[in-house]
Design a protein around this ligand. Structure first.
Ligand code: DOR
Ligand code: ZN
Length: 344
């Protein structure tokens, strides 16, 4: 019997880390083989804080797209306490689509992030005025708050006041990981949406501790309990247009994850669509995959939907254990394991 195939409008990745330099040669082709566009995170060292830096970075990404592949990197600005509100209009005119709020210290390369959201109110005012989206890493950084509670606490302490003060600002609550966040988005108005990673749809926090500590499952916000995974899966497959695909694929050299203080981030780009297809198929919701992966994000961002297609096949395929990555190795999540879907 011929295997099941699924052809969908070509998807976009609405949350992606590509890094810089020679790392781009490994990771850009993985994303470009599946996605037409991606929202590129600005947490480089130093961060992408101006339109000029974003455009230079965009060109370096384009230079790493293999001949014959079509891929459009959509650029973002990194918000700091000191960003000049005038930069927003400049960035908007340059085609930058969004700005990212990292609470200082919340995650990888976030030290230059925002220490107090009140400090960037003039910038948020400008974003609201110019129609630039705000992307939020929604975790408090207070060390007194339990790691597993930091997202839920962020909603009450920061997101709710922010939405009240900027009702016209379009906000993406990035890589949500909890039932509280899913429910908050479901109950909110049309200016709030959320991205969902494939690893938070596939795994709960036990994955980090199965038979020993497994650093490749460590990311931020960290994986949560099973009840949270189920709530995220329900949101992703519900048909609610405010949930869409964002892998948060975050490459780190293997030796920096397999380390006494291992880096946060799951590298899911190479088989992202196969993994999302597996999740949706297992949930009996393959018919919802196209809207989640290819329509909802574009619609929320006010961008045209893609016209080309991507075909997936329900057939076993083993993922490589690792890829060469500059002068190191990059290990994808589920590397060396067999996935039940593959690209045609
Ligand atoms: O796990 C993560 N890795 N979460 C983030 O927020 C940042 C990312 C990275 O850049 O490595
Ligand atoms: Zn991220």
């Amino acid at each position: 019997m011929a295997p099941l195939t699924l052809t969908i409008t070509r998807p976009d990745d609405w949350h992606l880390h590509l890094r810089d330099g020679s790392a781009l040669n490994t990771v850009v082709p993985h994303t470009a083989s599946q996605f037409a566009r991606a929202i590129v995170m600005p947490n480089l060292k130093p961060p992408v804080t101006t339109a000029a830096l974003a455009l230079e970075y965009q060109q370096r990404i384009l230079d790493a797209v293999p001949a014959g592949m079509q891929f459009e990197p959509l650029m973002t600005l990194y918000l700091t306490d000191n960003i000049n509100p005038a930069e927003i209009a400049i960035a908007k005119a340059a085609g930058v689509v969004a700005a990212k709020l990292y609470p200082a210290g919340a995650t990888t390369n976030s030290d230059a992030g925002v220490t107090d959201i009140k400090k960037i109110y003039p910038v948020l005012e400008a974003m609201q005025k110019h129609g630039m989206l705000l992307l939020v890493h929604g975790e408090v950084t207070n060390q007194d708050i339990d790691l597993f509670d930091r997202e839920a606490v962020f909603i009450d302490q920061h997101l709710e006041p922010l939405r009240r003060d900027f009702p016209g600002l379009k906000i993406v609550f990035e890589h949500i990981t909890t039932q509280e966040a899913a429910q908050y988005v479901q109950e909110a108005n049309e200016n709030l949406a959320a991205t969902l990673t494939v690893h938070h749809l596939m795994f709960n926090r036990n994955a980090i501790f199965t038979g020993g500590i497994r650093p490749h499952y460590y990311c931020l916000p960290v994986l949560k309990r099973e009840k949270h995974r189920l709530a995220l899966l329900q949101a992703a497959t519900s048909g609610d247009a405010r949930f869409f695909l964002g892998t948060d694929s975050a490459p780190h050299a293997a030796q920096l994850k397999e380390h006494s203080s291992g880096c946060a981030g799951c590298y899911t780009a190479p088989a992202a669509m196969a993994m999302y297809a597996q999740v949706f198929a297992n949930a009996g919701a393959l018919h919802q995959l196209e809207a989640f992966a290819s329509f909802n994000g574009a619609d929320f961002y006010g961008l045209a939907r893609n016209r080309s297609t991507l075909t997936l096949v329900q057939e076993d395929e083993m993922q490589p254990e690792s890829y060469p990555y500059a002068d190191a190795q990059l290990k994808p999540l589920l590397g060396g394991q067999t996935l039940s879907w593959r690209l045609a």
